[in-house]
Design a protein around this ligand. Structure first.
Ligand code: ADP
Length: 420
């Protein structure tokens, strides 16, 4: 009696140990350990786990007697005409004292194993009200299976259920990661092909239209040719944005390093947007640092970033609104902020507006043009300089986009610089 209770205590300890270990184990190892323990705890010849496969609507072995597993894995156990299938459908444990005589016994399994099935215990593997599979113990060495064996197998089945659930979630995550990577690749291919295929004919059209403009004698035709050229230039800008996005996504964008006079750059760009702002009835003002702020990098790329932010500020600010641009030198950084009194951006959207092709308002309903690329390009250009870009905004009150760029490009921004 004493040795029996010592034995039970040892078995329970192993059960607890397995419970702890399972967090670090691969699903297949957990299933194999569970069937070994299932056989041991119920004093059986072997134990097995079958999982429901929704694609074939049948059960399949995922663990069992180790040596026979290659064979068992290929077997499909039907829901109708098998004891495991019955357990799965009824969601109830079953104890059979002479399984061999049961018309429901799925005989190919015992034929494959070369073992006659006498006694059999079959329990459902349950997870949150669903049955995921079945766990079985076969041929108890002494006597018949009892309630204690059932309780043990149900408890092991519960562990198998958690492992199965995690395994399914992992498979699902992997599937979606693969899908996302495939979509990313397609997006890259589409952008490269589209920008390449559009660039050549557009170049020819623009070249010929410019030639026509020079050659045309009749002033009546000039506006039409002018319109072709203006639209062509706009299309060229779109293609350039696409190419920039594609280069930065594929990592082929390179930075030519020089000293950039930020005061000059900001002043020039703000001046170039004055007339557009005026046309919309928006006040555009600028405040530059008292001394020249220099950063290491490429003026064109920083210019593209600022341009995209300014364009948005004008697009999303209504008549009578204002835009204020401030350039400051803070420690070893140039800090540039563009504040507008426009429509603002809801908090839940603020993290996503820097994603490629993301627009807060649907492309179909919005009044402004754009492809949802401006901010992702801006972010990329700034990060190439070791800088950061962020937004603070309140709907209907306005937005402030802030850029920080280190003076020296090698000095990457490692700590978050809080917006003022
Ligand atoms: P797009 O060129 O289509 O405007 P962007 O990447 O530049 O794309 O911007 C993404 C989205 O972020 C915009 O469609 C807009 O919804 C929002 N957004 C950007 N700047 C502002 C701003 N200053 N005020 C309000 N919303 C803005």
């Amino acid at each position: 009696m004493a040795s029996n209770s010592t034995n039970r205590a040892r078995q329970l300890n192993r059960l607890i140990e397995l419970n702890h270990l399972s967090a670090q184990m691969e699903a297949a190892t957990i299933f194999q350990s569970l069937v070994e323990m299932g056989a041991e705890l119920t004093n059986s010849e072997y134990s097995s786990i079958l999982a429901f496969d929704s694609e074939i609507h049948a059960l399949k072995f995922i663990a069992g007697p180790w040596l026979q597993m290659p064979r068992l894995k290929t077997m499909v156990v039907p829901l109708d005409g098998s004891i495991a299938g019955n357990t799965f459908k009824t969601n109830e444990p079953a104890i059979l004292s002479s399984a061999d005589k049961d018309p429901n016994l799925f005989r190919p399994v015992q034929e494959a194993l070369g073992i006659r099935t006498n006694t059999l215990l079959s329990v459902p593997i349950r997870f949150r009200g669903n049955v995921l599979g079945v766990m079985q113990a076969v041929n108890k060495y002494e006597g018949d299976y009892d309630h204690e064996d059932t309780a043990f197998l149900l408890s092991l089945g519960a562990q198998a259920a958690t492992a199965m659930h995690i395994q399914r979630l992992e498979q699902e995550i992997n599937h979606w990661i693969e899908h996302a990577e495939m979509m990313k690749q397609r997006e890259h291919n589409f952008i490269s092909i589209a920008s390449h295929e559009l660039r050549t004919p557009l170049g020819i059209m623009l070249g010929n239209a410019t030639f026509l403009r020079e050659m045309i004698q009749s002033p009546d035709l000039r506006p039409q040719v002018e319109a072709i050229i203006i639209s062509g230039i706009r299309l060229k800008e779109v293609i350039e944005t696409l190419t920039r996005v594609d280069n930065s996504a594929s990592g082929t964008a390179r930075l030519r390093s020089a000293q950039v006079n930020m005061n000059q750059l900001v002043e020039d760009l703000v001046t170039s947007y004055q007339s557009e702002a005026q046309r919309k009835g928006i006040t555009l003002s600028v405040e530059l640092h008292s001394s020249t702020v220099l950063v290491e990098g490429e003026a064109d790329k920083i210019g593209v970033a600022l341009q995209n932010i300014l364009r948005n500020a004008i697009a999303f600010t209504g008549e009578g609104g204002s835009i204020h641009v401030v350039l400051r030198k803070i420690n070893d950084y140039a800090q540039l902020s563009v504040s507008d009194t426009g429509i603002g951006i809801p908090e839940e959207e603020q993290g996503r507006i820097f994603d490629r092709f993301y627009q807060v308002e649907s492309h179909l309903t919005r009044r402004h043009g754009g492809m949802g690329l401006g901010l992702s390009v801006a972010k990329n250009m700034i990060e190439m300089h070791g800088g950061q870009i962020w937004v603070t905004s309140k709907p209907n009150q306005g937005s402030t986009f802030t850029i920080v760029i280190p003076e020296k490009h090698s000095e990457l921004v490692t700590e978050e610089i809080e917006p003022e």
